[in-house]
Ligand binder design. Structure first.
Ligand code: ADP
Ligand code: MG
Ligand code: ZN
Length: 630
């Protein structure tokens, strides 16, 4: 037991006694008087004498030391007890009593009996409280099986069950999830299938002498189904599932994290074969370092976790799964062989994966027949499983709002916009002029996109303001998934992003704030081309940056000297400007189509990709023209 534990134990003991004393004095002031004296009435001496004279009094008892008189009236049921104190030197009392025919007696105070009674009344509650606390504490310790842990207050629930691991145990069949509930992610499922096999049949592996991984780390962007996969593992293998989230370790009290880890593994050991799942492990597994703000508590917890993972007997079949979206921040000790030696990537779903996820979730809601999930999957590159699940749900909500009892294709298309760009914002009312500017801006994007090689056709243009702040957007769908992007394609992307601003400049001769997001994205692409992808003439294949948080946006830090950084900026600026000029040229050449489509869009507010293409490619002498290739 360390210093912290002792100190805490003393604290909670003190707290407990405080509560006991408080409760006791409450009892004494409120409960006892009514129990002991509830039926005893205090009267004055004169009243007593009157009552004696009137013959009401039946019995009188005098305490010869304290001169306390206890007397009764009535008999049997109606008997009533009274109390009073004798007036000094009243020598006539005996006479009066005799005259009224009262039975009377006197007694000497029994010192020891009174003392005993006094002690009993005052100390009994304290004894009961302390004994109760001791019992509870003992039971708690037995539950924890941890003799080091004398958390006195724990018995009373002070501090929220101190020392318990807080892990939720769920029976395997009760996670309610199997691999069938996870769409796509076939590689991850394959990797986990072996672990499932091991959990189902640990002896077979032991017999041959094969050692299974102690742990597997699920890494990937948020919402890709890591937590879901872990649960599905337990469901498949039908074993208990202990899950705890990394953030839960970060407790109010210091020194608890390590105890929790210890307890978690002890519980698991009893229930093996089983799965321990540590969600968001980066909360405790962060690289230990010497920086000033290092966190002792976290390090202790991590050390305990490392020790437990080395210590447990894997023949019994315990598998530790963990999930994170910041694998690079994990302590190397965690990922070395023998601990989380398996790394299972859970990436964003591709086209077929997205369609499968949409279909899976659509199975839970009532759909109109003949919904084309392929179209929706193509519209949503970069969406995670959680996004897609959310889209289906939003679509169902919309169907209800519209008073229908089935979800239509349109509902889903609308909900795609909601998930990507936010709800429609009714409170934002654009003036006609602003609407015109936004129409030209979006049409500018669309035309620049359309005249390119056609791999990413425009699927929708809208100028309905969204809660995300966007005043409109142009959506491009991918024909089919591709995993390599060429330098030309990046340049085209930059040009498309510049198309909005280019249209504003060309038609109105103004620049508006509407292009801020476009500019940010175009610059990010250009920067990646220069610093990471080796796509600039100036630097060639030199890496000038390093990605951090690959799964959380993937921002890069420069790793070059200051002088080079300046050159990088210049190169980035050159690339973006190139795209800008190319967009301007494209729009200049297709000026008439730009006018026509922008006005049509302004009137209709939302147009589909087909409508757009119909106007753009209509054979009227203004067919789309592409700028000559450089
Ligand atoms: P993560 O832990 O990776 O952040 P979750 O496992 O919590 O993501 O996924 C959140 C939700 O998204 C799940 O409950 C599920 O409804 C949905 N989801 C994500 N990926 C998938 C998938 N591959 N198949 C089906 N549903 C998925
Ligand atoms: Mg999760
Ligand atoms: Zn734009």
């Amino acid at each position: 037991m360390d210093m912290n534990d002792k100190k805490k134990q003393r604290q909670s003991m003190f707290l407990y006694i405080l509560i006991a004393v408080l409760a006791m004095s409450l009892l004494r002031t409120f409960v006892y008087p009514s129990v002991m004296n509830g039926t005893v009435k205090e009267t004055s001496y004169s009243e007593f004498l009157q009552m004696v004279d009137s013959g009401e009094v039946e019995k009188v008892d005098l305490d010869s030391d304290t001169r306390q008189i206890t007397y009764t009236t009535g008999e049997g049921e109606s008997e009533q007890l009274y109390k009073t104190t004798q007036f000094p030197n009243d020598s006539t009392l005996v006479e009066r009593l005799e005259k009224s025919g009262v039975t009377f007696s006197a007694h000497l105070q029994d010192e020891t009996a009174t003392l005993m009674l006094y002690l009993l009344i005052n100390l009994l509650p304290l004894i009961i409280f302390l004994f109760g606390g001791w019992l509870l504490n003992r039971r708690l310790r037995k539950q924890m099986g941890d003799d080091n842990n004398m958390s006195f207050g724990g018995g009373f629930g002070l501090g929220g069950g101190l020392g318990r691991s807080g892990a939720k145990e769920v029976k395997g069949e009760d996670t309610g999830v199997t691999f069938r509930d996870v769409a796509g992610q076939d590689e991850a499922k394959e990797s986990l299938a072996e672990i499932v096999g091991f959990l189902k049949n640990p002896e077979r592996y032991a017999a041959i002498g094969a050692k299974l991984p102690h742990g597997a780390l699920l890494v990937g962007p948020p919402g890709t189904g890591k937590t879901l996969l872990a649960k599905a593992c337990a469901g498949e293998a039908n074993v208990p599932f202990f899950s705890i989230s990394g953030s839960e370790f970060v407790e109010m009290f210091v020194g608890r994290g390590a105890a929790r880890v210890r307890d978690l593994f002890r519980q698991a050991n009893e229930k093996a074969p089983c799965i321990i799942f540590i969600d968001e492990i980066d909360a405790i597994g962060k690289r230990r370092d010497t920086s000033l703000n290092s966190n002792d508590e976290r390090e202790q917890t991590l050390n305990q976790l490392l020790a437990e993972m080395d210590g447990f007997d894997n023949h019994k079949g315990i598998v530790v799964l963990a999930a994170t979206n910041r694998p690079e921040s994990l302590d190397p000790a965690l990922t070395r062989p023998g601990r989380f030696d398996r790394r299972i990537p859970v990436e964003l779903p591709d086209l077929t994966g997205r369609e499968a996820i949409l279909r899976l979730h659509a199975g839970d809601v009532r759909m109109e027949p003949g919904i084309d999930f392929g179209v929706i999957a193509r519209m949503t590159p970069g969406a995670s499983g959680a996004d897609l699940a959310n889209m289906i749900n939003e679509a169902a909500l919309r169907a209800v709002r519209m008073g229908r009892n089935r979800v239509s294709q349109n509902d889903i298309l609308e909900s795609v916009d909601v998930v990507i760009a936010g709800e429609k914002k009714k409170s934002t009312v654009l003036s006609e002029h602003e609407k015109e500017v936004v129409s030209y801006h979006e049409t500018g994007h669309a035309i620049v996109a359309a005249v390119q090689d056609g791999k990413k056709p425009v699927s929708k243009i809208t100028i309905v303001p969204r809660t995300s702040g966007a005043l409109g957007f142009t959506m491009q769908a991918e024909e089919d998934e591709h995993y390599l992007t060429t330098r030309e394609e990046y340049k085209q992307q930059i040009a498309v992003l510049c198309g909005g601003r280019a249209a504003e400049e060309l038609i109105f001769g103004v620049m508006t704030s509407g292009a801020a997001n476009d500019i940010e994205r175009a610059t990010r692409i250009a920067r990646a081309m220069v610093t990471q992808l080796g796509m600039s003439e100036r630097f060639g294949m030199m890496a000038l940056g390093q990605t951090r948080n690959q799964y959380l946006g993937g921002d890069a830090t420069l790793t070059c000297s200051e002088g080079t950084a300046q050159e990088v900026d210049a190169e980035v600026q050159r690339l973006v400007e190139e795209g800008h000029q190319s967009a301007l040229e494209t729009l200049r050449m297709n000026r008439f189509k730009l006018h026509e489509i922008a006005h049509y869009l302004q009137k209709k507010e939302t147009i589909t990709g087909e409508e757009f293409m119909r106007i753009l490619t209509r054979d009227d002498g203004f067919a789309p023209k592409m700028p000559a290739a450089e």
